[in-house]
Design a protein around this ligand. Structure first.
Ligand code: 7B1
Ligand code: ZN
Length: 240
């Protein structure tokens, strides 16, 4: 049996095969979050989140993951407070998932991986004119990470508010995009509690394809970046 936890296969997705894809970064994402590395920061405010489903535009397969785009031309949907010095506007959310329930999330907590992870991507509309400028700039992006776990109980109809856990405890650390251009422009905010999704929702993710029409079919699974070193960073928690 392969050494170490079987939870992650070793084949790195071609997306990161190119050696240039990891320049001398000092703050790469994702990371393993360890309680003993994190420090409670009483100055951290609660994160205020306000999403208007009406600003949702369309959902698409980016060729790497499933992504839902939002109209970011006004402040309809966004976040403020928490570790953020400005309000940030919601641009898109997307998911990362595994081939099986044992792995799939990008971040892990005490080496535990979840079956999937939701990323809600916001940009600093005070400091930047548009998302593309913010994506590569200092304090450009704030990404909320929400772990997904398989629910045993049957769930009701989908409510956008159900994308966030009821418990709003979070960790926050300075990191990067986890897909090219891997820009080190992200303030990560990771909720401690997962949300529950039905098994058929996870199964539905796994029916998507990496491959385009006419190409050999390749299931879209394991679309997460391998864990990166913490380096000289502190992970702060909003809870004790
Ligand atoms: N998984 S993640 O860290 O939340 C995250 C969040 C947002 C991201 O945007 C991009 N790429 C571009 O915007 C892009 C722009 C132009 C050309 C190619 C890529 N990768 C991202 C990863
Ligand atoms: Zn992501």
């Amino acid at each position: 049996a392969p050494c170490g936890p079987r939870r992650r296969n070793n084949a790195v997705h071609p997306l990161w095969k190119d050696p240039a894809s990891s320049p001398g970064g000092t703050r790469p994402s994702p990371i393993n979050i360890r309680w003993r590395d994190s420090v409670y920061d009483p100055r951290l405010q609660p994160l205020s989140v306000s999403y208007d489903a009406a600003s949702c535009l369309h959902v698409w397969n980016t060729g790497y993951l499933l992504q839902v785009e939002f109209d970011d031309s006004t402040d309809w949907s966004g976040i403020s407070g928490g570790p953020l010095e400005n309000p940030y506007r919601l641009k898109q959310f997307h998911f990362h998932w595994g081939a099986v329930d044992e792995w799939g999330s990008e971040h892990t907590v005490e080496d535990h991986a979840y079956p999937a992870e939701l990323h809600l991507v916001h940009w600093n509309a005070v400091k930047y004119q548009n998302y593309r400028e913010a994506a590569t700039g200092e304090h450009g992006l704030a990404v909320i990470g929400v772990f997904l776990k398989d629910s045993r109980a049957a769930l009701g109809p989908f409510q956008p508010s159900c994308l966030l856990p009821t418990c709003r405890d979070y960790w926050t650390y300075p990191g990067s995009l986890t897909t090219p251009p891997l820009s080190e422009s992200v303030t990560w905010i990771i909720y401690k509690k997962p949300i529950e999704v039905a098994q058929d929702q996870l199964a539905a993710f796994r029916t998507l394809l990496f491959s385009a029409l006419g190409e050999k079919e390749e299931a879209m699974v394991n679309n997460y970046r391998p864990l990166q070193p913490l380096m000289k960073r502190k992970v702060r928690s909003s809870f004790q």
